[in-house]
Design a protein around this ligand. Sequence first.
Ligand code: BGC
Length: 427
Amino acid sequence: MFDENKVRDIIGEFTVSADELKEIAAAFRHDLKRGLNNPDDSSLRMLKSYVGLPTGKEKGEYIALDFGGTNVRVLKIRLEGAGKFTEIKKVAKPLIVDGVYDYIGADSSAEEMFDFLAGLIDEVLDGDRETKFLLGHTFSFPSEQTDLNNAKLIIWTKEFATPGVEGKVVNDLLKDALLRAGVTNVEPVAVINDTVAVLLSAAYKNPDTYIGSIYATGHNTCYLEPYAETGDVPMILNLESGGYMKLAPNRFDVKYDEMSEKPGEQRLEKMVSGRYMGELFGLALNDILNTDKKYSFTSVDMSNIILDESDELTEASQIIERGTGEKLSVDELKAIKDLAAAIVVRSARLVTASFVGIIWQLEGKIPAKFMHIAVDGSVYEKMPLVKENINRALSEILGENAANVDTVLDNGGSGLGAAIAAAMSKA
Ligand code: BGC
């Protein structure tokens, strides 16, 4: 009943050739250019962040709220200038604990969610109700801004479903919650996307950084648009590249999209990010094992399968048996391991093609010849095959010009970026 040829065919459906890769990069660049003229003509939202790059000299103590995945972090950070900083205090808590509380499900409420955030801010203050602090807020969802502090959530992504936040100005919700908590010495002054935070954080330490990306539960990229043609002040644009639509999804992508919280949205993200790779893997296994049982694999499962180098593929075997109830032979497991690898490799190649679309947009318009792309997130940091396939794809598309660009991990840049944004709000 297990047909290895079928698995090979499915792997083919997840394979992106070098030619396709170049076409994807060019199409992404095209969509970006259209979006610059008029975001309505593009599948990229091209959201203005109302902030440029930091000088590296920003100083002072700030509160940073980092909200965007299942874990929320609040930090007190001291910026020391010269690209230096100290984390003075940090609290981190999940937004959902099974059976205990859930602030992201459809049964939760905006008030409960923001009261939880205000509680964490209070914890970081350690009883200090006197010292005035500016707060930078990394809010990692598509938001429409009219200035650095005024950001309205357009739509939840990453399967968040809390009612009463979409369409609202997020820092108004936060301010109300701080008041309810009796915290009056913290003033929210800046809301930025996590990609923007990563770019600010990396550029604070290293000037030749123009692109910031998150490659984790969700996926998205921002860059500094130089506005070379119009002479406008350079500004970071949050592309919301996870919403890029001009790709050819395979049947598993289509099927997952239909089952997801927001069908039709975030098509690139659903093909590449950590929240979704396990879902695609599960749907492919459904096809291979001829069943429509709901499987729930995660990208960590896929990582462990790919990393299993044992002769009997013991770990992979256990993961597959736990997830499907089926005990597979070693040859079958080898094919399944190749499938997991193919999904991860496709993800890295698609993400890279989008980076190259942006690199082409920046070419000749920035002073540096060499540029860094700052990336944060568990998939980039930990998933096997990702970094090497990003580098391979950069070389396939850019040839020897690939030597003029690299990707660098900016670990935990979300918190630091929020503090920098708070500091820049004063400028
Ligand atoms: C959101 C982006 C965010 C990305 C990474 C996506 O789902 O739409 O705003 O940058 O996740 O957290």
